[in-house]
Design a protein around this ligand. Structure first.
Ligand SMILES: [Fe+2]
Ligand SMILES: [Fe+2]
Length: 224
């Protein structure tokens, strides 16, 4: 995909045509134009964001989630990826973001949390669901809603992301497995990626993993 392709021109294969209302089309157009301007210094990030937006819409249609909210969450999720690290950390400090660890150690995860707190001023028309999905798209959270899972999965499997066995396995589940299972695969795959790369794993992620693993095990037991 060319980095200047618009999300109107490009969609993942198996695309779904959404009959958006006029105001939704106008809103998507405006937000996409803003994202193009914001991420212009990073064309690959821009292409990724547009690709995530399309994948969000695709997943939303498959799993009965609002495609408009999914599309705008995808467009906006990496808004702060152009902010320099020290500025982002300072911003997070000002916003009182606290995950119980030094902000410096979790810098790669901050962009979603900062955007989720700052962008509502710019887009007051968008509901909290969108900001919640953006807030937890880097680390997941204890109670993942459907839109949260759609954005998390889309971010991990959008077609511009280089395939790994884990990513491919998640891609293969789309449309065949329930959204919760597709998310779980993407979430666990993300943890494995962090561990294999010797990257920093947020302690909160371990707690989220354990809580979700227990929940899944209980559900399986009840279903027997
Ligand atoms: Fe991100
Ligand atoms: Fe992303």
């Amino acid at each position: 995909m060319a980095s200047n392709g618009t999300s109107e021109q490009w969609r993942p294969r198996g695309k779904s045509k959404v009959a958006y209302k006029k105001w939704q089309r106008a809103s998507i157009k405006r937000i996409e134009a803003d994202v193009r301007e914001q991420l212009a210094p990073k064309p690959r990030r821009l292409a990724h964001s547009i690709s995530v937006a399309c994948m969000c819409e695709h997943l939303a249609c498959l799993y009965g989630v609002d495609p408009y909210l999914a599309r705008v969450a995808g467009l906006l999720h990496d808004w702060d990826k152009v902010v320099p690290s020290d500025e982002l950390i300072e911003c997070a400090r000002t916003l009182s973001i606290d995950c119980g660890v030094p902000l410096e150690s979790m810098e790669p995860l901050l962009h979603g949390m900062v955007a989720a707190r700052e962008l509502p001023k710019r887009y007051p028309e968008l509901p909290n669901e969108v900001w919640h999905a953006i807030d937890c798209h880097t680390s997941a959270c204890r109670h993942m809603g459907d839109l949260d899972m759609v954005l998390f999965v889309a971010d991990g499997i959008e077609p511009l992301r280089k395939a790994s066995p884990g990513i491919q396995a998640t891609r293969n589940m789309v449309g065949k497995a329930p959204l919760e299972d597709v998310f779980w695969n993407a979430f666990v795959g993300g943890i494995v990626y962090v561990l294999e790369g010797g990257r920093y794993l947020l302690p909160r992620t371990i707690d989220i993993y354990n809580a979700l693993a227990l929940e899944r095990a209980n559900r399986t037991r009840r279903a027997r």
